[in-house]
Design a protein around this ligand. Structure first.
Ligand SMILES: *Cc1c(COP(=O)(O)O)cnc(C)c1O
Length: 456
């Protein structure tokens, strides 16, 4: 490199780190992250992509703009309550507080009175049993899939799991429950057909090798037409006579029957119907953190708790804290969204549309010509959905604000980020899953998006 090479003018790392704005922003970041940013900018300058005199400014911008968590909060304006891509259930205020409290040292496994070690997560377990008194005992693990793996390993490794052909569920992103179960060393013994399975089919398949009977609720699809399935009471008689556990994987985690979702099984009813063990997720219709819930017979829960795999799938302190608070606190956002009154949603959406029109009329339009044609904003019927959490195909009647489709991208990439529903050439804003306190931010975001796209 000769002395006229511009690369000689690229500022050195220590000089960049000493810049007051870099040093200030770096306080919120790890040394490694800051050095990686600095090195990256220097390399761009060395490659000729950046002039040496622009290096300082580029480093300042990059360091100041770097956040320690890149997960961004998103306003869910889709009307889909359990949105898998948005992290499923939003936590209740009580659960959020509990999470923050549990972030430091907590007595998750300690009895402060005696100073002795205590049963991990005892309070979350007690809250779960209080919410579902039909269960004799409960165990909380990492997620629904882990609960299923633990149960099938403990009861059927090297043996057979009896399962209906109609219940081979793919839970999303290519994960199939059948693959999951087989990964435990249990063999799947398929009974019946895709559309019809009777209790006799299970009875015919029962034998020495049967480890358990598994009934899976197809939470994300519905079989209709010429169909039949064995009921839990029938299967309970069969399983009871042979002393094998009857496990019901319900998926959604509805604690008790909900009139809004008539076809959705709940933990209480499944246990009353004779399931020995029920499995559900914490972050679907229960409205809590990611967790796998196992509830049912005390002797079976005890076997699961003692299994070595239980240690590998245990719930962390944050999930235990949030789950207890979800169950003990006021109604969680998921339940509120599910029970939204369509007329109240319509009134709220009309008022939101009115506010948006007023806001657009008040602001100068950046382009030539007439300002935003606020009449183009229309409140239209729009069905919400429970989403990946259960209640497949059950429409939740409601309303949405229709905007031009071009607003969708501006909303997604704006600050705060908003996810609307894009459907039929329109961008739909459904307020079902938007908390009241978030509505002003959504209003500002919608106005900005419409202004940016020059529409309506
Ligand atoms: C969602 C679901 C699972 C998986 O639960 P995760 O908490 O996502 O691991 C298992 N079984 C059924 C029926 C489900 O709906």
């Amino acid at each position: 490199m000769d002395e006229h090479d511009p690369r000689r003018r690229i500022p050195r790392t220590d000089a960049l780190l000493r810049l007051p704005r870099v040093a200030a922003a770096a306080q919120a970041l790890s040394d490694g992250v800051v050095r990686t940013i600095v090195r990256g900018v220097q390399e761009r300058a060395r490659a000729g992509e950046l002039a040496p005199e622009d290096v300082e400014a580029a480093v300042i911008t990059a360091v100041e703009g770097r956040r320690t968590s890149s997960l961004r909060p998103v306003i869910n304006a889709t009307g889909v309550i359990i949105h898998t891509n948005l992290g499923r259930a939003p936590l209740s205020p009580a659960a959020r507080t509990a999470l923050a409290d549990a972030a430091g040292y907590v007595d998750v496994e300690l009895d402060m009175g005696s100073g002795q070690r205590s049963r991990r997560g005892a309070a979350a377990r007690a809250a779960l049993l209080a919410a579902c008194p039909t269960a004799e005992d409960a165990l909380i693990v990492n997620n629904g899939a882990a609960a299923l793996v633990l149960a099938t390993t403990a009861f059927a490794a090297g043996r057979e799991v009896l399962i209906s052909r109609g219940e081979f569920v793919e839970i999303g992103a290519g994960f199939r429950l059948s693959d999951l179960i087989e990964s435990t060393g249990a063999r799947l013994r398929e009974v019946g057909t895709t559309n019809r399975t009777r209790c006799e089919d299970y009875a015919a398949a029962m034998g020495e090798a049967t480890g358990c009977i598994l009934k899976v609720h197809p939470s994300n699809f519905r079989v209709s037409g010429f169909t039949a399935e064995a009921t839990l009471p029938e299967l309970a008689r069969l399983a009871g006579a042979r002393a094998v556990p009857l496990i019901a994987d319900l998926g959604s985690g509805l604690l008790s029957a909900d009139p809004a979702l008539p076809a959705e099984p709940d933990l209480d009813s499944a246990l009353r119907s004779g399931a020995d063990l029920v499995i559900a997720s914490g972050d679907k219709l229960l409205g809590g953190p990611q967790a796998g819930l196992l509830l049912g017979r005390a002797d079976l829960i005890a076997r699961l708790s003692r299994h070595p795999l239980a240690r590998a799938v245990r719930a962390d302190k944050l999930a235990l804290a949030a789950l207890e608070a979800t169950l003990s606190g006021p109604e969680a956002p998921v339940a509120r969204a599910l029970h939204t009154d369509p007329e109240a949603l319509r009134a709220r959406t009309e008022a939101f549309a009115e506010d948006l029109r007023a806001r657009l009329a008040a602001q100068p339009h950046p382009r030539q010509g007439p300002g935003p044609d606020s009449a183009a904003l229309a409140v239209v019927p729009h069905n919400g959905r429970t989403g990946g959490g259960g209640g497949a195909e059950v429409p939740l009647p409601g309303w949405a604000l229709r905007l031009p489709e071009a607003a969708a991208r501006a909303l997604r990439t704006g600050e705060p980020a908003v996810l609307p529903r894009v459907h039929d050439g329109a961008c739909l804003i459904d307020l079902r899953c938007v908390p009241d306190e978030t509505q002003p931010a959504l209003l500002a975001a919608a106005a900005a998006a419409l202004t940016a796209t020059g529409e309506p």
